[in-house]
Design a protein around this ligand. Structure first.
Ligand SMILES: [Zn+2]
Length: 253
């Protein structure tokens, strides 16, 4: 059912939140646009102008790795200055009072952690771009270290432990979904009584399967997104409005 207006949507959402004991939010790019992070997938977005570098190319070619890091540092200003928006803060408020056990996200921007979620309670399906990992041994490397290497040599770095390439800790095209995050997201979707999909067009699989799974397991489903999504028809409530406006009233102390 699509909410008639923002006011009635917020009111219905408030009732559903009050009645729920375990709420699982699932977030996509739309929650972070208020924080200045562009939606890479949107028409005219970064990815329509700059084809993403697939994982196998990154592994195979030094020039692909150099280009990947050049692009990442070109975006650094955007990521470094981003602060949690009203959507992030509302979810963090519900987390603090014990209504939300964890958040599932398609975003790589670290804003849920910045808003107050403990690191283990942010289930990142596409990884995190605010640090790096070795693709061989998995060792974590900080961006400052990568930047220093990049500027000194003009090339993407190799791991100090095993000499394999180092990549942002994100899931690239052609790379498999992180199994632990997938498992945790599945369990969360199966055991909540309210699932709220926020700012995702729900087209990217397998991530988009979670709202449907939650619904099948008996949860109520709310979808908050500016545009229609693939799963509006199965939702108990659809709020087709700005995310900051919709979730702003739920920002607590
Ligand atoms: Zn390594």
């Amino acid at each position: 059912m699509i909410a008639r207006s923002l006011t009635s949507g917020v009111e219905q959402l408030g009732d559903m939140i009050a009645q729920a004991s375990s709420i699982v939010p699932f977030t996509g790019a739309g929650i972070s646009t208020e924080s200045g992070i562009p939606d890479f997938r949107s028409p005219g977005g970064l990815w329509s102008r700059n084809q993403p570098i697939p994982f196998d190319e990154f592994v195979a070619r030094q020039d692909a790795r150099d280009e990947a890091w050049r692009r990442r540092f070109a975006m650094e200003h955007t990521f470094a200055k981003a602060k949690p928006g009203r959507g992030h803060r509302a979810l963090a408020s519900l987390y603090r009072v014990g209504k939300v056990p964890a958040v599932i996200t398609q975003n790589i921007d670290n804003l849920h952690q910045m808003s107050g979620f403990a690191e283990p309670d942010v289930v990142e399906l596409h990884g995190n771009t605010t640090y790096a990992r070795c693709i061989g041994c998995g060792k974590r490397h900080e961006l400052d270290w990568v930047r220093e290497w990049f500027h000194r040599t003009g090339h993407a770095p190799h791991c100090t432990a095993c000499d394999e390439p180092v990549k942002t800790a994100t899931v690239s095209f052609g790379q498999s979904m992180p199994p632990q995050a997938m498992r945790r997201a599945t369990e969360l979707a199966q055991h909540c009584d309210l699932f709220i999909a926020i700012g995702s067009s729900l087209v990217v699989w397998p991530a988009a399967g979670f709202p449907m799974l939650a619904k099948e397991c008996g949860a109520k489903l709310v979808i908050i997104n500016n545009e229609p999504t693939e799963q509006d028809e199965i939702a108990d409530l659809v709020i087709r409005h700005d995310i900051g406006e919709t979730l702003g009233p739920f920002v607590g102390n």
